[in-house]
Design a protein around this ligand. Structure first.
Ligand code: FES
Length: 106
């Protein structure tokens, strides 16, 4: 695993994901119940940015056609998306958030 610093935890507001770009791919870092999660930022329906969407409960909602995804697991909760979002390992060290964006390439 190759963790890299993505941002400070202060960059991630409770209802506003932080977009971290790695190798041209945007990853959304989301705060939920005093924890942080890293998921693909790109909606699997029509490739819209989920960082432009909103958070409701434990779901992130795509603003374009209102698909819903579970923040913790990336699973689809509501169509029109059917493919889950990729999730990424994340760890907090002090106030810094580290993710492993290559975890699924190995
Ligand atoms: S692009 Fe996200 S629901 Fe269509």
């Amino acid at each position: 695993m190759a963790f890299m610093r993505a941002c400070s935890r202060f960059d991630v507001e409770p209802d506003r994901p932080f977009q971290f770009e790695w190798d041209g791919d945007p990853i959304a870092i989301v705060a939920l119940d005093d924890e942080y999660f890293a998921i693909d930022d790109t909606c699997t329906h029509d490739r819209f940015s989920l960082c432009d969407g909103y958070i409701e409960g434990d779901e992130i909602v795509c603003p374009l056609h209102l698909a819903r995804f579970a923040i913790r697991t990336g699973e689809v909760r509501m169509a029109p998306a059917y493919e889950p979002l990729q999730t990424y390992p994340l760890k907090l060290e002090g106030d810094d958030i580290y993710i492993d964006p290559q975890a699924h390439d190995e």
